[in-house]
Design a protein around this ligand. Structure first.
Ligand code: NDP
Length: 503
């Protein structure tokens, strides 16, 4: 029997095939648990359960207060289980315990609480202007009714398993949808804990289904299933585009949150201490395994050398070590595969630019069997270089020189991505002018990484389609129905009929 089973129709269950796969602790390389390995037939079971729960079950029809209360209880239980969830998140996916407790569990809980509140406070009815056939004629009342979309397929990556699950599950559930959720294979455990919490608080069977297993089978089956009404995906641009294609034949609604290669622009009037710490925070938090990481720093040439020295100095102080130790700044990367990707890009970078720090695995002191890598900075990068254009998803910063703000903006925008970015400057009006010219969905001025349940997050260009979080993220799980209410029952009073009937 697997250590972790899937959750379908209110039951924890093995895969129909009986197969399982191993998940590993990236800090030690040791096996952590066996997880049920789902296939197409398990997706069929989950979609059938979600379909029943949506078409005939209580969830979409439940009183708003009752449904919000259950979503809120999920948030409260997540918060109450902080220690267990944070430890599991770190053991399964790396990172650090500090990040897991202060960031992951807190945000995950907060997202459930916020969407419970949105469900209670946002009206599902909105007035529209009266409809007039011609100017001057009396109008007929119209209104909008928001309704849940139906069965939502949701697929998430490995970098923030709990947070990504909350961004998908909470708005979908609060709005009255049912879900078939697939976590990344290598970090499935905390999503299964969320399923356990959903079960414990009494969310009805079939509303939440979590199917674990490979993207190539389980993910594809979800994205193409005729019983699924909407697909929401976070991950690479390549797979996102594949998901769009799989969803197209049945015209599913699609939300995609994809890759990025965000730029951090540094102006010459900046407080250098702030910029040095800020750019490193923007890049090296969670080893750069964040879609909105600022992995391209575009620095004004007047402060370039001074900033480079400060950043090198500060990067060397980051403590790499046991992710469960509160003193650790950088834990392991998520997997051997991700470590291989980083090593491959660093070799490319060494040919394209000048390596000024890191550039190798971190070893010794119990690190040898884990996937640890030193914070790495490349200087004199050209924006056309591969390390400036491609998403590495690791602790690698590419620093590019710019002569003025206009050139910096041009460099920042010269990317197929448009997810996020930052401006580091002492002059806020100047920073705002730069921010407004950057073609991305989020920009921070003198900050990075701050995402919140009330603030919409979405990508320009090949970084995504649609929005998550905020009210937009809630409405993304609703259909909008226009209702036209003509209360005049006299057939002779309907001028429209004359468009068809000549007599
Ligand atoms: P993927 O985009 O491959 O995976 C994300 C999710 O999609 C996982 O659950 C995965 O399942 C699933 N998936 C994979 N292939 C398919 C498919 N054909 N149909 C449906 N679902 C599928 O990201 P990776 O984890 O492989 O990382 C690769 C690169 O993607 C990273 O190096 C990084 O550049 C980028 N990335 C971007 C993220 C972001 O937030 N923008 C997050 C993570 C990665 P499974 O886990 O089983 O493969």
């Amino acid at each position: 029997m697997s250590d972790y089973q899937m959750y379908i129709d209110g039951e924890f269950t093995e895969a129909e095939s009986g197969e399982s796969y191993a998940t590993y602790n990236p800090a030690t390389g040791e096996k952590l648990a066996d997880v049920a390995k789902g296939g197409r037939e398990d997706v069929d079971r989950a979609v059938a359960a979600a379909r029943r729960a949506f078409d005939t079950g209580p969830w979409p029809r439940m009183d708003v207060k009752e449904r919000s209360a259950l979503v809120r209880q999920m948030g409260e239980r997540i918060q109450a289980n902080m220690d267990t969830l944070a430890q599991l998140e770190v053991k399964d996916g790396g990172g650090t315990i500090r990040k897991a407790m202060m960031g992951d569990v807190n945000m995950c809980a907060g997202v459930f609480l916020k969407y419970a509140e949105y469900n209670e406070t946002l009206s599902d009815v909105e007035d529209l202007p009266d409809y007039s056939l011609m100017p001057g004629l009396p109008g007929v009342p119209n209104y909008l009714k928001y309704e849940p979309i139906g069965v939502c397929g949701q697929i998430t990556p490995w970098n923030f398993p709990l947070i990504m699950a909350s961004w998908k599950m909470a708005p979908a559930l609060a709005a009255g949808n049912t879900i078939v959720f697939k976590p990344a294979s290598i970090t499935s455990l905390t999503a299964l804990e969320l399923a356990r919490i959903a079960d414990e608080v009494g969310i009805p069977p079939g509303v939440v289904n979590v199917v674990t297993g490979p993207g190539g089978t389980v993910g594809e089956a979800i994205a193409s299933h005729p019983g699924v009404d909407k697909v929401a995906f976070t991950g690479s641009t390549e797979v996102g585009s594949r998901i769009m294609a799989l969803a197209a034949p049945t015209v599913k609604k699609v939300t995609l949150e994809l890759g990025g290669k965000s730029a951090a622009i540094v102006t010459e009037d900046v407080n250098l201490e702030l910029a040095a710490k800020g750019v490193l925070w923007g890049t090296f938090f969670h080893n750069g395994q964040v879609c909105e990481s600022g992995t391209r720093a575009v620095v004004n040439e007047k402060v370039y050398d001074d900033l480079m020295s400060l950043m090198q100095e500060k990067a060397a102080t980051l403590k790499i070590g046991d992710p469960l130790d509160f003193a650790t700044d950088e834990g392991p990367l998520v997997s051997q595969a991700q470590l291989d990707t980083v090593e491959r890009y660093v070799e490319i970078g060494k040919k394209e630019a000048k390596l000024v720090c890191g550039g190798e695995r971190a070893t010794g002191d119990g690190l040898d069997n884990g996937y640890f890598y030193k914070p790495t900075i490349f200087a004199d990068v050209d924006n056309g270089d591969k390390i400036a254009q491609e998403e590495i998803f690791g602790p690698v910063l590419s620093v590019i020189k710019a002569k003025d703000d206009a050139e910096a903006v041009g460099i920042a925008n010269d990317s197929m991505y448009g997810l996020a970015g930052a401006v580091w400057s002492n002059d806020i009006e100047r920073a705002k002018a730069i921010a407004e010219q950057m073609r991305t969905g989020t920009i921070w001025i003198n900050e990075h990484h701050l995402l919140g349940p009330e603030h919409p997050f979405g990508g320009y260009k090949q970084s995504g389609v649609g929005y998550e979080m905020g009210i937009d993220g809630y409405r993304a799980y609703q259909s909008k129905k226009r209702i036209h209410v003509d209360s005049n029952t006299d057939p002779n009073a309907h001028m429209t009929f004359s468009l068809l009937f000549s007599s």
